[in-house]
Design a protein around this ligand. Structure first.
Ligand SMILES: Nc1ncnc2c1ncn2[C@@H]1O[C@H](COP(=O)(O)OP(=O)(O)OP(=O)(O)O)[C@@H](O)[C@H]1O
Ligand SMILES: [Mg+2]
Length: 255
């Protein structure tokens, strides 16, 4: 299933937040959204997830969700949102229970997502026993369990230290290589965008408009750390972002 954003605009009262956003998210693609603070990235994800409706424009689901899909548009949050009193397994089984899936069928799905996120040995652990990076892997496993058409990821690595972020980027790439998933991935971190994005959408400051869409053809598995080609793209993104970010920063101070 592909997703198409068609002319999305939005205002909260007097505040215009997004202006005329049109964008395609193709199945199997990771689309990164970057842009200055307050430009409407999280708002756009809420429209994608159907949590809110834009003032104008539409979110279209093109085609049918994958087989066994329980929730086509599934969030992964920055703060993991795990239930502390439930084990890794229990956190995942909960979303399946919400959809009436229990017993052998649930066991099969849980075993699969734990294996894909390399958490099989930690099924019985409680969140407090896990590092931040592992907690986010649990949150990703839980999202995968509902076989989403698109994962909506709002700065999923930004609560983590830089080394953990690097490891988790490697994990996400390995996960995608084993079985491609589709994601809209919001990040402030341009290095993250060029490591993970097939397509990087640069938004202007508020009201967020698309400044440029940068596509990176290089396969994820070949995108190493300190890759000269990616550094060039990152530099280009930063040039686009710098003036917007500075102006946005100064605007926020004037509020
Ligand atoms: N429910 C709401 N009511 C009123 N204004 C809102 C609401 N949600 C967001 N806003 C405003 O809309 C603008 C965009 O917010 P949003 O959270 O989407 O930005 P963002 O790009 O995700 O920012 P950040 O990078 O800081 O996470 C901001 O000015 C914010 O204050
Ligand atoms: Mg946000």
């Amino acid at each position: 299933m592909d997703i198409r954003l068609d002319g999305i605009s939005h205002a909260y009262g007097e505040t215009e937040v997004l202006r005329d956003i049109s964008l395609d998210v193709a199945s199997g693609q990771i689309v990164c959204l970057v842009g200055p603070s307050g430009c409407g990235k999280s708002t756009l994800l809420r429209f994608l997830g159907g949590l809110e409706r834009p003032s104008a424009g539409r979110v279209l689901q093109l085609g049918t969700p994958p087989e066994g899909c329980l929730n086509p548009l599934t969030y992964v949050f920055q703060d993991f949102a795990l239930l502390p009193w439930r084990s890794v397994r229990g956190n995942i089984s909960l979303v399946l229970e919400d959809h009436g899936i229990r017993g052998a069928k649930a066991d099969e799905i849980i075993a699969d997502v734990l294996a894909r996120t390399k958490l099989t040995d930690f099924a019985k652990a409680l969140p407090k026993q896990l590092s931040g990076g592992m907690k986010q892997r649990v949150a990703i496993a839980r999202a995968l369990a509902v076989k989403p058409a698109v994962m909506l990821m709002d700065e999923p690595l930004s609560a983590l230290d830089s080394q953990t972020r690097e490891l988790l980027m490697d994990d996400l790439i390995a996960l995608w290589e084993r079985q491609p998933f589709t994601a809209v991935y919001v990040t402030h971190n341009l290095a993250e965008a060029v490591r993970l994005g097939h397509k990087i959408v640069v938004l202007s400051r508020r009201p967020g408009q698309i400044r440029e869409v940068v596509e990176i053809a290089k396969p994820l598995s070949e995108r190493g750390y300190a890759d000269a080609e990616l550094e060039q793209v990152q530099k280009h993104l930063w040039n686009l972002m710098r003036d917007e970010a500075r102006a946005a920063d100064e605007e926020l101070l004037n509020v």
